[in-house]
Write a protein that binds this ligand. Sequence first.
Ligand SMILES: Cc1ncc(COP(=O)(O)OP(=O)(O)O)c(N)n1
Ligand SMILES: Cc1nc(C(=O)O)sc1CCOP(=O)(O)O
Ligand SMILES: [Mg+2]
Length: 460
Amino acid sequence: MYLASKKPIIHFLTNYVTMQDVANMCIASGGRPIMSDASMEFEEIIPKVDGVVINIGTADQLRFDKMDHAHRIAKAHNKILLLDPVGCNASRFRLDYCIQSLKNGGISILKCNAHEAKALLNEEISPTFVGVDSQTVMGEQHHELVRNLWKKFEVYNLELIVIITGATDYIASSKGAWELTGGSVLQQRITGTGCMLNSLIITRACASSMDRHEAILKALDCMNRSSQMAAKWIVHQQRLGLYKQQLLDEVAKRSAPIYLITQETVDEQTFLYSCMPKTKLALQSGVGYLQYRVKDKAWEEKLRESRQLQALAREYGTTFIINDDVRLAKEIGADGVHLGIQDISIREARLELGPNAVVGATAKTIQQARCAAKNGADYLGVGALFSSPTKKDALPMDLTTLQSIYNHISLPLYGIGGITPNLLTQEYTKYLDGVAMVSTIYQEKNENITKKIHQIRENF
Ligand SMILES: Cc1ncc(COP(=O)(O)OP(=O)(O)O)c(N)n1
Ligand SMILES: Cc1nc(C(=O)O)sc1CCOP(=O)(O)O
Ligand SMILES: [Mg+2]
């Protein structure tokens, strides 16, 4: 799975309860983790990484000294530094360290829960401690808390962003204050989801060329939607023990924004010497889904071409999808199918291909999106967002419809139709997990394909 043109490297100094989950979530989000507690190598490692996470859970004096050391180097090298003051409301020892840390400056992101936020603001530990995973008190709102906490510490930390997580997440920065709802109660039934969120936030903040505040909002939204999707699956299967695993998978799905659809070729030569090399170049640069889409070919030809593409997709760990033709998907053992309104139904396809197949659906209206979600689609292709050279008669979709689908449906959304790096502004990407493209890639010269893919990916 790939996120940005570069995979950001993140150095974690994090608690030993959830260390492996933190590393896995960094990978699922498109980053590369390095877990180092050895002070003697910080001078060598930190200048080379993109971001640093300091999570104070399970700390002792020795670890606080190491964290201080890492903090100083990260600050000196202008690295994105995230502080998670785990349980700072529990003891004076933790609270003093965190307040001093925040006053030392160089922190880009402070992520905490409401109890920790209150302790940091008032510089007092809680008289009644409710646990490090302390949960949101129902009905409590934290608009003022997040703003006041930001105001208190932004004077020491340039461009600080403060996040208070809970059933509602609150965010404050120099851009203003926001709140975000979503997620699942199951996040609180296992340990580690808060620490995993640190991974997602910092990886996205380091990878995206979006404004940092926007990238963080998108990361929080990604966690909320992924948690909801994972919870649905877990409740259905009654397997809470697998929730963390499912959550990782859901985040990984949303961290691969490039969906490539093949361009139909006129003859075998063009397929072999144009389509195949271009597809290979794209896959090398990081493609989440590859779809084989042809309208006018004989069965034997479709079999031959799809098998070659499938082998390429396997080589690069890309999910391979067949457009329209469930029989072909079954015959070659593709990973799944994509279906439009005119095609066979999602339920019939699922019956044919089994529960593990990926079944994607086209949605052009909110009604179609709801229907596809209800029938068990795994993702939605939404468009045409712009005029498409490949499908000139594709029905257009306006921004309001896209926004409405995003607001009501938690499935991963891929924008389609005339996508180019220039047209793909934040106005669109804030509602999308990725984009599906034909002409922008297949009409590009081979030597420019990698750059094109990187340009598109950076918009997420
Ligand atoms: C990812 C993705 N989204 C939408 C489509 C369009 O599917 P459909 O509406 O069935 O039209 P055709 O592609 O079959 O002409 C798609 N193929 N992929
Ligand atoms: C296959 C397809 N479906 C669309 C829809 O709106 O449903 S647009 C489209 C073609 C996408 O190709 P290009 O990236 O060249 O515009
Ligand atoms: Mg179709």
